[in-house]
Design a protein around this ligand. Structure first.
Ligand SMILES: NC(=O)c1ccc[n+]([C@@H]2O[C@H](COP(=O)([O-])OP(=O)(O)OC[C@H]3O[C@@H](n4cnc5c(N)ncnc54)[C@H](OP(=O)(O)O)[C@@H]3O)[C@@H](O)[C@H]2O)c1
Length: 269
């Protein structure tokens, strides 16, 4: 079953769609078709070594249809392909568009929502998946696809907006923090290159320590902080600058925006 080739259409192969294609292609279990609108995007699809088709052709041809257009583009795409979705697996990675909404266009099919992140590029994504059907075999097909891109968690649909904020937007937030560390290294006299290399190793090493030693962040902090030392001075300054509060509030802002997008779709029901 796992070795059987699965035909997958990526409708809207932009930043995320192309990352999905690049991640799935090397495994060879998947025959991938992709779509976009502009000539430039279609050329980019071809460069990835997959066939660029129209939405209708790609949907007709495939058993799994991944929709990766922007929220304001999903209706047009679903309307175009709706008659070819019967008994197909339809996976939307589109932020804020509820299964109920997608179901209006997929009368007899299997609808899933996925919220991955751009770390698909390194097969290091964490993808939240949700569905309201219980077809174990279909769920497995969807899970296998997203496992090729990193880790997977199944959640209730009501948590998808939280995943959009924390994990979907997350790589950009983490990169903001990494940029701040690099800037700090430069401010303390390191070259930008050395500061960047050091920062990446620092993040990677800290995560490895947390994961491999089953320690909590507070456990690691306790090993670094010494009374009257350098680290506690830095932590106190972070507290004064409301670092944790700012991060929490920033992610909550993204969450509020994700909820706003979802509400638009609720309102249109
Ligand atoms: N970016 C992220 O980090 C991220 C993370 C998680 C989830 N998402 C979700 O992923 C979705 C895509 O995001 P993105 O950043 O990849 O956006 P994007 O780069 O703008 O990609 C959207 C693609 O859809 C294509 N498209 C638009 N209308 C189409 C149509 N009618 N038929 C066929 N193709 C069409 C566009 O083609 P053209 O290029 O020709 O215009 C573009 O290539 C969004 O809904 C977002 O919520 C994004």
């Amino acid at each position: 079953m796992i070795n059987q080739k699965v035909k997958v259409a990526v409708l809207g192969a932009g930043k995320m769609g192309k990352a999905i294609i690049s991640s799935l292609k090397p495994f060879g279990y998947y025959e991938i078709y992709a779509t976009a609108r502009s000539k430039e995007s279609i050329e980019e699809i071809k460069k990835l070594g997959v066939e660029a088709l129209s939405n209708i052709e790609a949907a007709k041809e495939s058993e799994v249809i991944i929709i990766s257009v922007k929220p304001n583009q999903i209706d047009q795409v679903l309307e175009e392909v709706s008659q070819y979705l019967t008994n197909k697996i339809v996976v939307s990675i589109v932020a804020g568009v509820p299964i109920k909404w997608i179901n209006r266009h997929v009368r007899e099919g299997y609808v899933y929502r996925a919220m991955p992140n751009i770390n698909i590029l390194s097969n290091g994504a964490i993808t939240a998946l949700t569905t309201n059907n219980n077809e174990e075999e279909k769920k497995k097909i969807v899970e296998n696809i997203f496992r090729k891109m990193g880790n997977v968690v199944w959640v209730e649909e009501k948590l998808m907006d939280a995943f959009t904020a924390l994990s979907g937007s997350g790589p950009a937030f983490v990169c903001e923090i990494i940029n701040a560390f690099v800037m700090a290294g430069v401010a303390c006299g390191l070259s930008k290159e050395l500061s960047y290399k050091t920062t990446l190793e620092l993040f990677e090493g800290t995560i490895r320590t947390l994961k491999t030693k089953s320690m909590s962040p507070s456990d690691v902090e306790d090993l670094v902080v010494t009374p009257g030392g350098t680290t506690i001075r830095g932590i106190i300054r972070m507290e004064r600058g409301k670092l944790k509060y700012t991060i929490v509030e920033s992610i909550k802002e993204a969450y509020e925006r994700a909820k706003e997008i979802s509400k638009n779709f609720d309102a249109l029901k």
